[in-house]
Design a protein. Structure first.
Length: 198
């Protein structure tokens, strides 16, 4: 099997795994406990997947495809990422980065480490959303800009409700609502990117 074929097979396999993980770890509701359960599920599945790829690498060193040139998801100075990274970005429809899955995979379930993974990804998605919002605003006429501004304010107001505790809510780790906000931010960025490219 050629390196190109092996890379394509691994990409197909990873896409299948992502679908499996998302189906298995989809939160049953927006309740904090359900989101926490889903986040823990994703961390567990990512850890299993990471171990599986590590085992393959150990058995056949040097066989894992290297990232394609220009892949902004790979930090080339990080030897761990370079070893275990796939060739291109995962096909996450909202653009949540593969590095987030890798981060959860090596977190070991540590609350502090998972919180850092979530925080780093949220910072990226927030910058992404702000960037595409500004680009889209520049592409619109005054009337459409006003509509988008109102729409964005409404979205911000709704997203702020995600972390508002309910009266009977148990105390959950902060990353639970942060992860939900991060994913909503990624979804919003994807929506605006779709408009910008249409």
């Amino acid at each position: 099997m050629t390196e190109g074929n092996a890379r394509e097979d691994l990409e197909d396999e990873q896409r299948g795994w992502l679908k499996y993980r998302d189906e298995k770890c989809r939160p049953a509701s927006a309740d904090p406990s359900a989101v926490l359960q889903a986040t823990n599920c994703r961390a567990t599945e990512a850890s299993k997947r990471f171990s599986e790829l590590e085992t393959r690498r150990t058995r056949k060193k040097g066989s894992v495809a290297q990232p394609a040139a220009g892949d902004d998801e790979i930090v080339r100075t990080d030897s761990m990422n370079a070893k275990y990274a796939l060739a291109r970005r995962a096909d996450d429809p909202d653009g949540v980065r593969r590095s987030y899955t890798r981060c959860l995979g090596v977190s070991g379930g540590s609350t502090d480490k998972v919180a850092k993974c979530v925080g780093d990804e949220f910072a990226y998605q927030d910058r992404r959303l702000n960037g595409v919002y500004k680009k889209l605003m520049r592409s619109l006429d005054l009337t459409e800009r006003a509509k988008l501004r109102i729409e964005e304010r409404q979205w911000i107001k709704e997203s702020e409700q995600i972390c508002r505790p309910s009266p009977n809510a148990v105390v959950e780790p902060h990353f639970v609502c942060s992860e939900a906000v991060m994913r909503e931010t990624a979804k919003r960025a994807a929506v605006l990117e779709g408009r910008l490219s249409s």
